[in-house]
Design a protein around this ligand. Structure first.
Ligand code: CTP
Length: 400
């Protein structure tokens, strides 16, 4: 099994019956080589005493923001900075809600807000709470920001019921952490990536625009994964309602012209990843007042927008790796390779259409990534996983 040697893990334990398993989790983390410090919510202390965690971690356990002696030894901001990774386990529905919305009303939530370290949550709760739309939405928000979610698993629950809600086994949590730490830990440190994401809106008049259905999820997942892996990330985002991933600098734009200006201003960079679905045409002129209906038909005159991707690839400060996206419905390979050549790209990621559950608004996707000398099929998989796989290909090129 991969190890966590030297990793400083701050384990935040929340109040649920699964809190007792967190004692075993500390032991397993230490066996894998991690240095572990423990913070507990007030609820957690109703299930397990601090002495147990103190004994297994070999470190003082923190329980309150208002403990003057503990603060004097290591302030909570210092503790948040100490961590290479924050692991919230068990993560209750309440704490997940607080984390999703940025609350900082106790020690654990304050630590989670005050850190820039990557975060992993291992939820455990009653299965109805787990399946509640509020919890689903909170989890989706946390995932968007790049938070890693482990479990829960299906099985018997504390109240004699059964369903999804059991804390993953401590050894499984440690195995997942060790795998992700080993695979990607800081491998993009020192690199600067510019990522574009989402649709563009081309205004017709003060109330109407020409747009498209891109959700921005793929580009945001790439930005989140790159930041998690240590890169400096500039995210140029079209109009989407997605949370900014941790550690990412975001610039919001609306039109293709604004996207071009923002992307070019963000250069130089080591890589540009053009995941935005940029409008190819925009109205020739934006009407100053709302266009009134008059005749039975209306003809709009549209003109080509600047091609940001091609411009980046032709720029004097061309990144070493320029990556485009292509949404094709037929002759995927021929069209994608044509764009790779014409726009002078290093890689082009073509959506494999017709794969169930993939595409614009979905959380999953399937891509084929073409380069001049090859092709790699990625997925179908959650966009978050695909993002890491695409970054692996980019990292390979940047290292070559
Ligand atoms: N792109 C861009 N600026 C544009 C249009 C597209 O930067 N004005 C980028 C997109 O971010 C994406 C790629 O180019 O990375 C898409 O290429 P494009 O030629 O527009 O392909 P499609 O959108 O698939 O459209 P079509 O096949 O109609 O050309």
């Amino acid at each position: 099994m991969a190890s966590l040697t030297g990793q400083r893990v701050l384990l935040c334990v929340c109040g649920g019956i699964a809190a007792y398993k967190a004692v075993e989790l500390v032991r397993r983390l230490r066996d894998a080589g991690a240095l572990v410090r423990v913070a507990m919510t007030e609820g957690a202390q109703h299930f397990v005493g601090t002495a147990s965690f103190q004994a297994v971690s070999g470190e003082p356990v923190r329980t309150s923001l208002w403990d003057a002696a503990a603060e004097a030894a290591m302030g909570h901001i210092e503790l948040a900075r100490w961590a290479d990774r924050i692991l919230v386990a068990p993560a209750t529905a309440d704490t997940l809600a607080k984390l999703a919305h940025g609350f900082a009303d106790d020690l654990v939530t304050t630590l989670c807000l005050a850190t820039t370290a990557p975060m992993t949550v291992a939820p455990a709760m009653n299965h109805r709470m787990w399946l509640h739309p509020a919890t689903r939405a909170n989890l989706a928000l946390l995932r968007e920001r790049g938070v890693q979610v482990i479990g829960p698993v299906d099985g018997p629950l504390a109240e004699g019921e059964s369903g999804p809600g059991r804390l993953s086994e401590p050894e499984d949590i440690v195995a997942v952490l060790a795998r992700s730490a080993g695979a990607h830990a800081g491998d993009l440190a020192g690199l600067r990536l510019v990522v574009s994401a989402g649709p563009t809106y081309e205004d017709l008049d003060p109330v109407r625009y020409v747009g498209n259905r891109s959700s921005g999820k793929m580009g945001f997942a790439i930005a989140a994964a790159a930041a998690r892996r240590g890169a400096e990330v500039m995210l140029v985002a079209g109009p989407v309602s997605l949370a900014t991933p941790a550690g990412v600098t975001r610039i919001d734009v609306r039109s293709a012209a604004q996207l071009r200006d923002a992307v070019l201003a963000a250069l130089p960079a080591d890589a540009y990843i053009g995941a935005a679905a940029v409008a190819d045409y925009a109205p020739r002129a934006v009407a100053g007042n709302k266009i009134k209906k008059s005749s039975d038909t209306l003809t709009l005159e549209l003109v080509r927008t600047p091609d940001t991707l091609a411009e980046v690839a032709a720029s004097p400060s061309r990144p070493r790796c320029v990556v485009g996206f292509a949404a094709e419905t037929e002759e995927v390979e021929a069209h994608a390779r044509g764009k790779l050549q014409k726009k002078n790209l290093d890689l082009i990621a073509a959506n494999r259409v017709g794969v169930q559950g993939s595409g614009f608004e979905s959380d999953d996707n399937a891509l084929t990534v073409y380069s001049r000398d090859g092709a790699r099929a990625l997925g179908p998989a959650p966009k978050i996983r695909l993002a890491d796989e695409l970054l692996d290909l980019i990292a390979e090129r940047l290292r070559a």
